[in-house]
Design a protein around this ligand. Structure first.
Ligand code: FES
Ligand SMILES: [Fe+2]
Length: 411
């Protein structure tokens, strides 16, 4: 790397002035990730390997794999995860790739494979524990050792009612990541919930980080989301924890909104008796590194997961869940919640699409972050800590991103 000049920015963690509530006015402002990282194929490949293949990915809710043979899948960045409940009640994870010739062994996002997983291509048959049980015309494969050809296992964890899988690597469990919010999450009884709407996929010509950037800060709410601002006012609080967990929290305002949906929600949302008083009228957003969050409302929760497809393009996957509650007020509140947050989504999509274009401008290389954007600061610091090349303001030469990353990791 001799002779390579990189202009290096400083992460928040190395800026002691930011550990308190007021930054030193003479200090340098805190910088965002550089713009080039939002649309660069080599950087994207590093993100795939270092972030997405090594972090827990939310696959489904336990209610979606309730019975033996029930399965759920998630395709992400060219890999295919599946989780399936065994006859013994244990949920296991596998790579959804047949050991014969790589076909998908289970189809679709949800399903039931009864007593065995039968590959639809040539019929290789696996137990719900992943072991290869039967091969049609087995004698035509001399030397084949069935015991070595089970489905490739994945690490699986069930935490607060959600099933997570991880392709590789070690690191904190989801229980450790979510530990600061154990009491809050337990209060909502998420394990007992069921889906109350279909899976929602949204395709965006926007980098996955841009979507998370937008999700992780409430600084834009007063200007970017007039409706949300009418609902939450200035009650918005943000905090960060270990392992990239973060929370935004706001109590609903007493003052009635002048907007029909918002006012109706404020009036009709019924008491949710099992919640502590402080949570009955609050909206919360708990997120964790790198790409997932829970939107937690008194009437329902939904997860929000950003699935990258390529540099500058991603999908959002979301599913709402709720407890069984037939009260008319609850049904109305859930519908109104959808209306209100659908509008928020429309507003956010315009913002992030506009930002994605702006990031390409030759006059923009890096932005600046407020103390109100503390969750976003944490997100960018974590990306830099996993991918030190993100310290460089200008993109390394083509073919050099990984080499610069390695050099910076050891410097
Ligand atoms: S690819 Fe699965 S049985 Fe052939
Ligand atoms: Fe937003």
């Amino acid at each position: 790397m001799d002779g390579m000049m990189v202009e290096r920015s400083t992460p928040q963690a190395l800026r002691p002035e930011l550990s308190g509530s007021h930054a030193d006015a003479s200090a340098a402002p805190v910088e965002t990730l550089p713009a080039w990282t939002y649309d660069n194929g080599e950087f994207f490949r590093l993100e795939r390997e270092r972030l997405f293949m090594r972090t827990w990915q939310l696959i489904c809710h336990v209610s979606e794999v309730k019975n033996p043979g029930d399965y759920a899948t998630l395709d992400i960045l060219g890999e295919r995860a599946m989780v399936v409940r065994g006859k013994d009640g244990v949920i296991r994870g596998f790579v959804n790739v047949c050991r014969h010739r790589a076909a998908r062994v289970v189809a679709g996002e949800r399903g039931n494979c009864s007593r065995a997983i039968v590959c639809p291509y040539h019929g290789w048959t696996y137990g719900l524990d992943g072991k290869l049980k039967a091969v049609p015309a087995e004698t035509s494969f001399p030397g084949l050792t069935k015991t070595k050809l089970g489905l490739e296992p994945l690490a699986v964890e069930v935490c607060h009612g959600f099933v997570f899988a991880r392709f590789a690597g070690a690191g904190p469990s989801m229980a450790e990541v979510l530990a600061p919010y154990n009491d809050v999450l337990a209060a909502f009884r998420i394990e007992e919930m069921e889906p109350i709407g279909p899976v929602w996929w949204r395709e965006l010509e926007v980098d996955w980080k841009n979507v998370m950037d937008n999700y992780l800060e409430g600084y834009h709410v007063p200007v970017g989301h007039p409706g949300l601002h009418r609902m939450l006012g200035t009650n918005y609080q943000v905090e960060v924890g270990t392992y990239g967990v973060a929370r935004a929290f706001a109590e609903l305002r007493d003052k009635e909104s002048n907007n029909w949906s918002e006012r109706a929600y404020q009036r009709l949302l019924p008491e949710v008796e099992h919640l502590p008083e402080a949570l009955r009228w609050s909206w919360q957003y708990i997120s964790w590194f790198p790409n997932t969050a829970l939107n937690i409302y008194p009437d329902q929760i939904d997860f929000f997961q950003v699935i990258p497809e390529r540099p500058g393009k991603c999908w959002i996957r979301a599913i709402p869940y709720g407890l069984k509650d037939d009260r008319r007020g609850m049904k109305a509140a859930r519908f109104l919640n959808w209306r209100i947050n659908n509008q928020v989504q429309v507003e956010d999509e315009q913002l992030v699409q506009d930002v994605q274009e702006g990031l390409k401008s030759r006059v923009y290389s890096v932005g600046y972050l407020s103390e109100k954007e503390v969750c976003l600061r944490q997100f960018h610091d974590m990306i830099r800590s996993h991918l030190p090349v993100a310290f460089t303001r200008t993109p390394p030469a083509t073919g050099m991103v990984e080499a610069v990353d390695r050099a910076m990791a050891t410097s």
